[in-house]
Design a protein around this ligand. Structure first.
Ligand SMILES: Cc1cc2nc3c(=O)[nH]c(=O)nc-3n(C[C@H](O)[C@H](O)[C@H](O)COP(=O)(O)OP(=O)(O)OC[C@H]3O[C@@H](n4cnc5c(N)ncnc54)[C@H](O)[C@@H]3O)c2cc1C
Length: 407
């Protein structure tokens, strides 16, 4: 048995940090950067199971996803930024004057280190989380006034999903590619495995991320086949790949049904952020805008203990639920209303909408007026199939979300 006087006890819990975040991924980094910018920053400890805190990813966002004011603490983490973006479909090419920015694992790690207030411990796998303590693999204990769970997405019975899956190659080309702004969707490519598009991030004249994405029913990712498709895309554009600088793969949830009550029913007093807390956009699977909002919420409430923060986040989840319910309805239209080869038509119709409606959609701030706009006009799918997508079959539990008003 372990006692306070046991000499073999690995560490004595005496608030090693003010806040411990388990899982050094995107949500943890964003929260830590936000708290480190407070006038009296807390002692922040990030615990990461792997040897590579923040992984090896590129996280992008629309500039309008985040409220003005984040520049003071988030901009240090940005690796590249562009004033516009474009989309390409079979019958639509559009340049959109919405800024786009990318954060890389390396750029966020640098920003975290530069604060001087954040300690990152890698190779630290948590096996038990309580509101005041984290137990690590091997038995070490770390105490804090606030413990947060940011261990990433955990698929569960409360969520029914399809997938946004992709392989990305950041490559150096032999000659300039000629792409000035990010291509958020080039859906003029042959449609395979559901809705397919290529995503381009031009980091410099010859350094470009080429990502082949599919909105598919199944999670299986044939990395070799998709890499071959990326090389074919490059060749078709006359690009010669000189070197592969980075590879990334992702299989993100596109939520078709969610029982929020079941999801939160078994929740403990340990607050969950990021994908762990289902704080991501139901259609894009992206979590950066939500991570910024949650970071603001925590910073405004700081200092706060675990249990009070868990309540605050639960309340936040309730407030964002109506919009997410609408996005899930759109997902069902995309996946169940349209035949796989016609899914691109749904997205093409979406991209004809006014820019502010598109911006609010990505930001997760769709208004009632936007909903009317999105649903108006001739639907790209048969009306009887669209109507069948309205009811939300709850994955488990008493029934679909109770309707709540979008303000
Ligand atoms: C390749 C890729 C690209 C993406 N691009 C974008 C994008 O452009 N924009 C966007 O908004 N979203 C993007 N996403 C989606 C989503 O935002 C990311 O998955 C994001 O990283 C989620 O952040 P998170 O902090 O919730 O989880 P993660 O970033 O996955 O972090 C969770 C961390 O917890 C660690 N961990 C797990 N268990 C333990 C444990 N027991 N103890 C300690 N540590 C543990 C993991 O090792 C991991 O480092 C992308 C996802 C992928 C996979």
């Amino acid at each position: 048995m372990e006692t306070q006087n046991d000499p073999h006890r690995p560490t004595v819990p005496q608030n090693d940090a003010d806040i411990v975040v388990v899982g050094a991924g995107l949500a943890a980094a964003i929260l830590a950067l936000r708290l480190a910018a407070l006038s009296v920053p807390p002692r922040i400890l990030l615990l990461e199971a792997s040897d590579t805190p923040f992984g090896d990813k590129t996280w992008s966002f629309q500039r309008t996803d985040v409220a003005p004011g984040v520049e003071a603490w988030l901009d240090h983490a940005i690796a590249a930024e562009w004033p516009t973006q474009t989309v390409r479909f079979a019958d639509l090419r559009r340049e959109i004057a919405t800024g786009y920015a990318s954060i890389t694992s390396a750029s966020i790690a640098r920003a975290v280190a530069a604060t001087g207030h954040i300690t990152v411990r890698s190779g630290a796998r948590a096996t038990r989380l309580t509101p005041t303590e984290v137990v690590l693999d091997g038995g070490a204990r770390i105490a804090a006034r606030c413990v947060i769970d940011a261990r990433g997405h955990a698929p569960g019975a409360a969520m029914r999903t399809a997938y946004q899956k992709f392989v990305g190659l950041r490559v150096r080309l032999a000659a300039p590619h000629g792409i000035a702004a990010p291509v958020i969707m080039d859906a003029s490519v042959p449609q395979i495995d559901g809705f397919r598009f290529v995503y381009l991030l031009p980091f410099s004249t010859r350094d470009i991320m080429i990502e082949d994405t599919r909105y598919a029913d199944g999670a299986a990712l044939d990395v070799d086949a998709i890499e071959a498709a990326i090389h074919a895309y490059a060749a078709a554009h006359g690009w010669t790949v000189e070197a592969i600088l980075q590879r990334e793969t992702g299989v993100l949830p596109v939520v078709l049904g969610f029982d929020r009550h079941a999801f939160w029913a078994g929740a403990s007093d340990v607050p969950k952020i990021g994908m762990r807390g289902a704080f991501f956009h139901s259609t894009t699977g992206y979590s950066l805008p939500d991570a910024v909002r949650v970071a603001d919420l925590v910073a405004d409430a700081w200092p706060i203990g675990s249990a009070a923060l868990a309540d605050l986040l639960h309340d936040h989840a309730r407030r964002r639920a109506p919009r997410q319910a609408f996005y899930r309805f759109l997902n069902r239209m995309l996946f169940h209303g349209a035949a796989p080869e016609n899914r691109h038509l749904v997205m093409q119709k979406f991209y004809r909408l006014p820019r502010p409606t598109i911006e609010r959609f990505y930001a997760g701030r769709t208004s009632v007026f936007d909903i009317l706009r999105i649903l108006s006009g001739r639907p790209p799918i048969p009306i009887h199939r669209a109507l069948r997508c309205i009811p939300e079959r709850a994955p488990r539990g008493p029934g679909p979300e109770q309707p709540e008003a979008i303000q």
